[in-house]
Design a protein around this ligand. Structure first.
Ligand SMILES: C[S@@+](CC[C@H](N)C(=O)[O-])C[C@H]1O[C@@H](n2cnc3c(N)ncnc32)[C@H](O)[C@@H]1O
Length: 256
């Protein structure tokens, strides 16, 4: 069965996760402001629009690409000043060379690693900028992904493809041919919860990927919940609070 983005991203309310990721949108918009001020930017996987909003704040013209209706409705409500398009990052429908920059906060990382970069290269003008935030191998979320994979795909040799963009060799290979001047800059997001229960609440009701994974796990769902709870418990301080950090990478490259 082929999954569509909606199968995963419409599975639950995304708002609590969006709030956690919002600081990365500000960082990404600043990168765009420095590399290509006053640009026309395609925000791929725009979600609820945090990145689009940050890009508008730095004076960009924004085309927000979001294939999932549940996400897009909320994004259009929050950021009506962007032009919203129902399309995937692998097939945006934008004209060739239409944009000065492709920006994405944790969106392009979910595109197919072959057809995605080819489409971003197609819509970028020569010399245009690709800037995307991606999870890397450091901190809470990389650990959590490993714990989940150990339950859902025991013995799987590596992390899933979307978690590999932070590896310079992998990124270089995926962008080879159409992009040059690859840079990878490490950043940190605080990843805190008032308690283990507060963390479980996010997984159960505020994170589409977790709701999807739990449904897909079938009879392993309880093992998956136990792994997620155990991971939160490992990070809890004596007062029960979780004060963790998760690493992410800002990847930039230029269209040849
Ligand atoms: C982690 S959310 C990020 C949303 C937003 N950029 C943010 O920072 O909050 C991932 C987003 O990518 C979208 N997405 C998933 N697969 C996609 C694809 N193939 N093409 C475009 N967007 C996709 C999802 O619908 C979702 O809105």
């Amino acid at each position: 069965m082929t999954l569509t983005p909606a199968d995963i991203w419409a599975a639950a309310d995304y708002a609590p996760t969006a709030e956690r990721l919002a600081p990365a949108s500000t960082v990404l918009a600043q990168v765009i402001a420095e590399l290509t001020p006053g640009a026309h930017v395609a925000d791929i996987g725009a979600g609820h629009g945090h990145t689009s909003h940050a890009l508008l704040d730095i004076g960009a013209r924004v085309t927000a690409i979001e294939p999932v209706e549940r996400m897009r409705i909320e994004g259009m409500r929050q950021v009506p000043q962007a032009q919203w398009i129902n399309a995937t990052g692998e097939d945006t429908g934008l004209p060739e060379g239409d944009v000065d920059a492709v920006a994405s906060s944790f969106g392009t990382m979910f595109c197919d690693p072959n057809t995605g970069p080819a489409e971003w290269a197609r819509i970028l003008r020569p010399g245009g900028v690709l800037a995307m935030t991606v999870w890397n191998e450091h901190g809470f979320l990389a650990e959590m992904t490993d714990r989940m994979t150990a339950v859902t795909s025991p013995g799987a040799p590596t992390r899933p493809p979307h978690m590999l963009w932070g590896d310079a060799e992998v990124a270089c290979e995926r962008l080879d041919g159409a992009f040059v001047d690859l840079t990878l800059e490490q950043h940190i997001l605080p990843w805190c919860f008032d308690s283990v229960e507060h963390g479980m609440e996010l997984y159960l009701h505020g994170s589409p990927t977790h709701t999807f994974s739990l449904a897909a796990a079938g009879e392993r769902a309880n093992d998956l919940l136990a792994a997620l709870r155990g991971h939160l418990q490992e990070h809890a301080d004596d007062d029960g609070r979780i004060r963790a950090q998760t690493g992410y990478t800002v990847l930039t490259a230029r269209r040849v």
